[in-house]
Design a protein around this ligand. Structure first.
Ligand SMILES: [Zn+2]
Length: 391
């Protein structure tokens, strides 16, 4: 039981954090949970209600049988605009604070059109989607964006992104913030997908690795329930880890990178060299589904190569869940089997004892859900809420 002295540090934000599990609670319940005096709980609740973060629900029955007001988190009070921009396609969503998708849109949108054209389109699409949901810009609490390249987290600017001509150092947060009137957070697409998959896996999962096998290969790391970005935001770049058996030339200039043997781009290239028409990762999976044995063999082998790299990561990081996503993961068991086979044979038994290796739960939606998680965790962080309600 926390003491009242400790309780003084429990501000409005911490009280809201308790209510975010969706359960309504009475003043007495909140006083008991926090160790705060009931009068202090009332003050905090008044502050939260004046900003509509909390609403009263139907009367709850207290232990004495007398109705007592219960207080609940108001999931509908604000919305998040979420964008997952890939190399060639974009997915957008309007999402509430309880992670319900209110509107969604997916379109072909080549990122190499450059930042102004892409972001102009994004702003117009978001405005239309807000109108569809009957919301307006004043209800937007933040804009979360995933980009298919390295992003410096502090500034939200792309850093030498290889497939995004014209985007290097472009001030995406300022540009969008001016037009949409809300804070903007930007991260790379794999990190936001990891956030989305971690949200889907549930808060009891502390350590999760999300690996995306698409045109390239990358992974997002959730450590102690937080995204681990590393010193420069480059953590998780497993695509350029050396695979011992390979001497294939990688687009980064090195020899034998994982990406050079197991990515969708490398498999499509191998198929083309064998005289099979394949442009990218989706074609490789489509060929496998159509019964092409060369495509199936490549995908299975790619799973083993990815598993080989992941086996070292499992020993090093000891995750409890590994989630596979990206276009190649759509191949399902063909790729999962290879990944599992190698991880289980090469990792230490203690590290794999309770390890789950599975396909993405959210599929194409992982990015927009993760972008919304990024914003919600920022906006509803207890210290941010404390500042909002007192300032
Ligand atoms: Zn490389």
């Amino acid at each position: 039981m926390p003491s009242e002295a400790n309780g003084q540090s429990i501000g409005a934000g911490a009280l809201l954090a308790i209510l975010r599990d969706g359960q309504a609670r009475t003043r007495a319940e909140l006083a008991q949970l926090t160790g705060l005096a009931r009068s202090t709980v009332s003050q905090r609740l008044d502050a939260l209600m004046s900003h509509r973060w909390v609403v009263t629900t139907e009367d709850a029955i207290s232990s004495g049988g007398r109705p007592a007001a219960a207080f609940a988190f108001n999931e509908n009070v604000r919305v998040v605009l979420a964008a997952d921009l890939g190399a060639t396609h974009a997915r957008l969503a309007v999402i509430d604070l309880g992670m319900s998708v209110l509107a969604e849109r997916a379109e072909e949108l080549p990122i190499d059109r450059g930042p102004e054209a892409t972001l102009d389109w994004l702003v117009a699409a978001f405005q239309e989607m807000l109108a569809e949901t009957g919301r307006d810009q004043t209800q937007v609490c933040g804009v979360g964006v995933g980009l298919p390249g390295p992003v410096e987290h502090a500034s939200g600017r792309p850093v030498n992104p290889p497939i995004m001509p014209g985007w290097d150092d472009f001030p995406v947060p300022e540009w969008l913030g001016e037009r949409l009137g809300a804070p903007v957070l930007v991260d790379n697409d794999v990190n936001i997908m990891a956030l989305g998959e971690h949200w889907a896996a549930g808060p009891e999962v502390d350590h999760l690795i999300f690996i995306k096998i698409g045109t390239g290969i990358g992974c997002g790391i959730i450590s102690d329930r937080r995204l681990h970005r590393g010193a420069q935001g480059a953590a998780g770049d497993v695509g350029h880890i050396r695979v011992p058996s390979s001497d294939a030339l990688c687009r980064c200039g090195n020899i034998g990178c994982l990406e050079a043997v197991a990515s969708g781009a490398s498999m499509a290239a191998a198929l083309r060299a064998a005289g099979v028409e394949a442009q990218g990762s989706r074609d490789v999976v489509a060929l496998m589904r159509a019964g092409d044995t060369r495509a199936a063999r490549l995908i299975r082998q790619a799973g083993r190569e990815v598993g080989g790299v992941m086996a070292s990561i499992v020993n090093f990081f000891n995750p409890s869940v590994i989630v596979l996503g990206g276009d190649i993961a759509e191949a399902g068991e063909q790729v999962l089997a290879g990944v599992r086979e190698t991880i289980y044979s090469r990792s230490l038994p203690l590290a794999t004892q309770h390890l789950t290796i599975r396909a993405s739960e959210l599929g194409d939606r992982a990015g927009v859900i993760g972008a919304a998680v990024m914003i919600v965790e920022y906006v509803l962080a207890p210290e941010t809420i404390d500042q909002t309600v007192t300032g």
